[in-house]
Ligand binder design. Structure first.
Ligand code: WT7
Length: 662
């Protein structure tokens, strides 16, 4: 193959040339086979969004009692959807596929860190879910009780979620990368009655003693009556008599049959805690009928899913909303075959994702830009060693994707033939809100393009709230949608205050800044709190980062606003260079020049800190808060959510070295 390291400059030049291309129309072969290829769908939905969503809900879900009502908007912002309908989320995900004769279809091709394989069929997943649902009942869990789930990426995490849904218990999943202390807080806030966890969790060849940590931090939590322990690694762990039980033992003791109970459409399905602007996490509450409608519809049509033939891989963690909606509920509801990957992208080696695509024949890959940028850093020669020709659609989620990373993903991973769907949404929205439709939309690298049919988004003026047809402002969702959060758990007032106080109770404040271009496309800039003001010029850290990474020597960059006596705030950039490149004054000037050229001289970083790596959460978000702390010489805030806490010590060393040079 010609794609050796020596040809990286050729790739670089090709991507640079491609930066000039404004729009990428749907490839003809894709469009011809796409389920949705007629743009009339947008008008159809806009004509009567409630009727349209109701039709999707009836088309894609099997209601036990079909709703006669769409939206109840009598008490905004406490909206209800399909309220007189009855449905069970676990039956949607499992029973109906087995009943239709698809029990032998693989639900998850699970791949473990040490090369283990488990192909779990729909029939097997149903059997496990029924047993565990009965086990939960035996442990005293009733409809409406909260059950915490603190598990790694193993099939049991889906079983635990679905078992809760089956009996109407509300799950509260905490991402495995959070500390036990964070778990405690979340269990306390939600008054969880039971917690499902593991003996130990593997990560890159090491095993963390999870149960031991749980005991240390949650041992005295009175509301927590039961702890169920999945023996995932077989390591010894402390078990408390009367409180703790092993998953395999309770399942064995439980009855095999557990018919799903139809739930009211507005029965709570889960709580998922997410970060807010204050230190206390927000408990986002999702309910059953509307959420299932939102995730099933978007998963099917955004990914153009063909359940019989596609192999779909969402490379997120189930502990985040992306995992809830697009590893568990969306794909299972649609009867899809998914890949579930336990580990990190660089263990046992840096080609493991591509080996997994090759080995499972994955046709759809849904990943975060930060992962893509990591792969760019590692080099195109790694994916080039694998056969990725099964892929037909690529997705991006979680943060704005810079055009260069989009193009690399398109060319290197997608072989130039796969459309990319850049999907914008949030924990709060439950499902994808702004996205291309791969068979219809002309994509522009870096833009999530336009709202999904039936979704009403606007960019509005910050003061007046009036829509901006072209230009920058606040992103708003202007009408209710089925999978919207219903409240913040036990904090109704904070719910209204956070999302529905800026421009009234009928307009949802997203918390992101965005820009609309002349074609009406949305360009999400980032959280409102990541906007930097330099000499009265509003700048987005994401926009400056995108400019910096456009420099050929740069692998990744994180930009923060640092307080500055002259300009109010000044841009400080933490920059990671591509392998083999050494920092130098010339390079600094080159990067500043790149920014000046792409945005304007005022946006040039005043300060550049060379960084070997950037502090990221386990979900891959750069923690700018920590960069602000370190740049300003303050004591570091909470670092427990970092993927690799060692990164901060290294940065401190680099900042100190920066001082020496001065
Ligand atoms: C925030 C929501 C969506 C699930 C994972 C994150 C940012 C998300 C995009 C995108 C630009 C994006 C926004 C949003 N974001 N997707 N495609 N383009 N920004 O969920 O943790 O609730 O975060 O992530 O800022 O508000 P989350």
């Amino acid at each position: 193959m010609s794609d050796t390291a020596g040809d990286n400059t050729a790739l670089e030049q090709e991507l640079d040339r491609m930066l000039e291309i404004e729009k990428f129309p749907p490839p003809a072969e894709f469009r011809d086979r796409a389920t949705w290829s007629d743009p009339a769908i947008y008008e159809e939905a806009a004509a009567d969004p409630v009727a349209w969503w109701t039709a999707r809900s009836k088309e894609l879900l099997d209601w036990d009692t079909p709703p006669t009502e769409g939206l109840d908007d009598s008490d905004p912002p406490f909206y209800k959807w399909f309220s007189d309908g009855r449905i069970n989320a676990s039956a949607q995900c499992l029973d109906r596929h087995v009943a239709a004769g698809n029990g032998e279809r693989v639900a998850y091709h699970w791949r473990g860190e040490e090369g283990e394989r488990r192909d779990v069929t729909y029939a097997e997943l149903l059997a496990s879910t029924e047993r565990f649902a009965n086990a939960l009942k035996d442990l005293g869990v009733d409809k409406g009780d909260v059950v915490g789930i603190y598990l790694p990426m193993i099939p049991e995490v889906a079983v635990a979620m679905l078992a809760c849904a089956r009996i109407g218990a509300i799950h509260n999943v905490v991402f495995g990368g959070f500390s036990a202390e964070s778990v405690r807080e979340r269990m306390e806030f939600s008054e969880a009655k039971a917690l499902v966890t593991v003996d130990g969790a593997r990560r890159k060849g090491r095993t963390a003693p999870i149960k031991e940590q749980v005991d240390e931090h949650l041992g005295d939590l009175g509301s927590l009556e039961k702890i169920v322990v999945v023996r995932a690694t077989g390591i010894d762990c402390p078990m408390s008599e009367g409180r703790d039980v092993f998953y395999d033992e309770v399942c064995e003791a439980a009855e095999a049959d557990c018919p799903a109970q139809p739930m009211e459409a507005e029965h709570p399905l889960f709580i998922l805690y997410t970060s807010g602007s204050t230190a206390k996490p927000k408990g986002i509450l999702h309910t059953t009928g509307g959420y299932m409608t939102g995730v099933t519809t978007t998963h099917r049509y955004v990914f153009d899913l063909k359940p019989e033939t596609d192999v779909y891989w969402c490379a997120a963690d189930v502990g985040w909303i992306t995992g809830h909606s697009y590893i568990v509920y969306g794909p299972l509801s649609n009867g899809a075959t998914s890949v579930m990957w336990e580990g990190a992208p660089d263990y046992p080696h840096k080609g493991i994702w591509w080996e997994t695509v090759q080995d499972t024949g994955a046709t759809i890959l849904y990943a975060a830009p930060t992962a893509i940028r990591t792969f760019i850093k590692w080099g195109a020669d790694i994916p080039a060693k694998y056969d990725l020709s099964s892929l037909r659609l690529l997705g991006s989620v979680g943060e704005p994707i810079n055009p260069k990373a989009w193009l690399w993903y398109h060319q290197v991973i997608g072989g130039g033939r796969c459309p990319i769907v850049d999907t914008w949404w949030q924990t709060e929205t439950g499902a994808i809100m702004i996205t291309p439709l791969a068979g219809i939309t002309e994509t522009k690298p870096g833009s999530a393009t336009t709202p999904f049919p039936g979704v009403s988004a606007e960019v509005v003026d910050e003061r007046e709230g009036t829509p901006v047809s072209e230009g920058q402002g606040l992103l708003m969702l202007e009408a209710p949608w089925p999978s919207m959060l219903r409240t913040l758990y036990k904090e109704d007032e904070r719910f209204v205050e956070t999302y529905f106080s800026r421009f009234g109770k009928e307009r949802y404040l997203v918390g992101d800044a965005a820009r609309r271009d002349a074609d009406g496309y949305f360009w999400v800039i980032g959280r409102i709190d990541d906007v930097v003001n330099v000499s009265g010029h509003r700048l987005s850290t994401a926009e400056v980062e995108s400019a910096i990474v456009a420099h050929e020597a740069v692998a990744e960059a994180a930009v923060i606003g640092q307080s500055d006596p002259d300009t109010g705030q000044a841009i400080c950039a933490f920059v990671t260079l591509r392998g083999g490149t050494e920092p130098s004054d010339d390079l600094q000037e080159g990067i500043r020049g790149e920014v000046a050229e792409r945005i304007g001289k005022f946006a040039r970083p005043k300060r550049i800190v060379w960084a070997d790596d950037l502090p990221k959460t386990r979900s891959g978000k750069i923690m700018r808060r920590l960069l602000r702390d370190i740049a300003e010489g303050r004591a570091l805030g909470d670092v427990t959510t970092l993927r690799d806490p060692g990164v901060m010590a290294e940065l401190e060393r680099q900042i100190a070295a920066e001082g020496d040079e001065d």
